[in-house]
Structure formats: C-alpha cells, structure tokens
Design a protein around this ligand. Structure first.
Ligand SMILES: Nc1ncnc2c1ncn2[C@@H]1O[C@H](COP(=O)(O)O)[C@@H](OP(=O)(O)O)[C@H]1O
Ligand SMILES: [Mg+2]
Length: 267
C-alpha cells in the first residue's frame, strides 16, 4: 500500500528521532530542569531538531513541547498543524526503564487526523492509517530506509478489549496515581467490578487500551496537548473515545490553553 505523504514523513521523523535518542540513552547524559521543574535532556532537544526539520517539508506549522509556542492570535488561523512531543516520558528516559515515546500527530480544525507513537527501546511503532479507520503496531528492524514494505499488515491491526469479564483493567500512571483517580477506581468497584491496575510511562498508556491490554485510562492529572494528540488519534482509530472530563466531548487540539483538562479513554 502506498502511504500518505504526511504519514510517511511523520513515521520517518519518529524513527530517525528514535535512533538519535537511543544513542544518547545508551551513554551518560546530563539532566537539566525547565522553569516548571520538569526534566530536560540533550535527547529531548536532538529529537526535536530532527522531527521539526523533517516535518518542515510539509509546510505545516508545528506545536512542539520543545519549541517556543506562538501566540494564539497566530495559531488560531491554522487549519492544520503538527503536534509533537520529541520525548514523552523524560522521567522514564532518565530512569532508563524504556517506557518513553516519540509522539507525532497531525491535527485539522482541532481534530486529530493521524498519529504516530514510537518506542525507541523496543522499536515498536503504533500508528493510524490516513483515514483513522484502523491503527497498527509494527516492530521495526534496524533498516529504516524502506518503510512501505512493512506497514499496514493485517496481523498488525490493533484491537481493543471487546469484553470485560468481571475484571476491569485500569491504566494508572506510575507518577500520577492521585486521589481523583483512586475515587474513579472505587466507583468501578462499587459497580461490582474487580479491578486490576496496569501501569506504564508516557503515551504507552493510550497504547495499552488501544491494543486491549487495558480497558480504561482515566487521566485525572495534568497533561499537555503533545502528550495526548497522537495517543488520541490511535485510540479513536480503533473505536475508543478520549473524552474531556469537563465537557464529556472528545478532546480538541491547538487550543488557546495547551494544558489539557482531565480526560478518560474508554469504549
Ligand atoms: N503539572 C503538569 N503540567 C503539565 N503536564 C504535566 C504535569 N505533570 C506531568 N505532566 C505531563 O505528563 C507527562 C508524563 O506523564 P506520565 O507520568 O503519565 O508518563 C509529561 O510528559 P514529558 O515527559 O513529555 O514532559 C508531562 O508533559
Ligand atoms: Mg516531552
């Protein structure tokens, strides 16, 4: 299958960024702290540069965690834009537990059009097709020159869990299992469900639900648009909903405030 130009550029950017990230991951690296006290490494910046350079070929504007954000008066005129997290899960990167990702999404009029999540350590690539009617997981070998031949395989199609037989698998963040989330879990228990908590860093939490390893992902803690856009695209492509808990509507993007409301990934 011939792949859409934008999807191909996004996948190539994620793979190339992943390769550069791994080189830094496998040596000693220093950690700095941003104004909001979140960590930043050389790998975040190297990854950002690679992705931004490649995405610029599309002539579409880019919102990236590691770029200076343009004012909303300019951004609101954009019909389409890329939303990028060059490393999601910088804390996991620093802990060296492998659970960090590269997130790239294309958004049109606030709605995700395609999404790519790449896991550099395992070389797993989660992505939607261009119509967002399916999502796939492909494990990459080292040759990243020819991506056409390995994508869109029938056996790589992601399927969420169809049935919940008494046990609801709930995705919990390693770092953000707070009172609101615990209250939500208690609510599920009151409805007679047994609960199992599954946990992963970064946007891999969306992937757990998209591939049926978990049933729901309540994120009742702060995230930014770049943490969720690609994951939302992938979840929606397999028929899941990513609901803003303030409006109960699907989350929209390129908003004035890039800080997301609490949200729930569910059937
Ligand atoms: N107070 C806060 N405000 C905004 N985003 C926050 C936040 N605390 C954590 N996050 C986001 O949550 C992400 C990590 O989530 P998790 O712990 O579930 O893996 C971080 O991604 P980065 O690693 O890209 O900075 C960060 O963007
Ligand atoms: Mg990041």
């Amino acid at each position: 299958m011939l792949i859409d130009k934008n999807l191909k550029i996004a996948i190539t950017a994620a793979l190339k960024a992943g390769e550069a990230i791994l080189k830094i991951y496998n040596k000693d690296f220093s950690v700095e702290y941003k104004e909001d006290e979140s960590p930043l490494t050389e790998a975040d910046l190297v990854s950002n540069k690679i992705i931004v350079t490649l995405l610029q070929e599309t002539n579409l504007p880019i919102i990236s965690e590691e770029n200076k954000q343009l004012p909303y008066s300019i951004r609101k005129e954009w019909k389409q834009c890329w939303i990028v997290d060059p490393i999601d899960g910088t804390k996991e990167f620093i802990k060296k537990n492998g659970e960090f990702t590269v997130n790239i999404a294309l958004v049109e009029n606030g709605i995700t059009k395609l999404g790519v999540i790449y896991v550099p350590v395992t070389k797993e690539l989660y992505y939607t097709n261009e119509s967002k009617s399916k999502a796939y997981k492909t494990v990459f070998a080292d040759n990243i020159e020819d991506i056409n031949g390995v994508l869109f395989k029938e056996e790589d199609i992601l399927k969420p869990n169809q049935e919940v037989n008494g046990i609801v698998k709930v995705v919990g963040s390693r770092s953000h299992m707070n009172e609101d989330t615990l209250n939500y879990v208690e609510g599920l228990k009151h409805n007679g469900n047994d609960i199992e908590i599954v946990s992963k860093g970064s946007s891999l939490k969306f992937c757990l639900v998209a591939e049926g390893q978990a049933d729901v992902y309540p994120r009742f803690a702060p995230t930014m648009e770049w943490d969720t856009a690609a994951g939302q695209a992938i979840c929606e492509a397999v028929g899941l909903k990513v609901l803003n808990q303030t409006t109960n509507e699907p989350m929209k993007y390129n908003r004035e405030n890039l800080l997301n409301n609490y949200f729930l990934v569910t059937k």
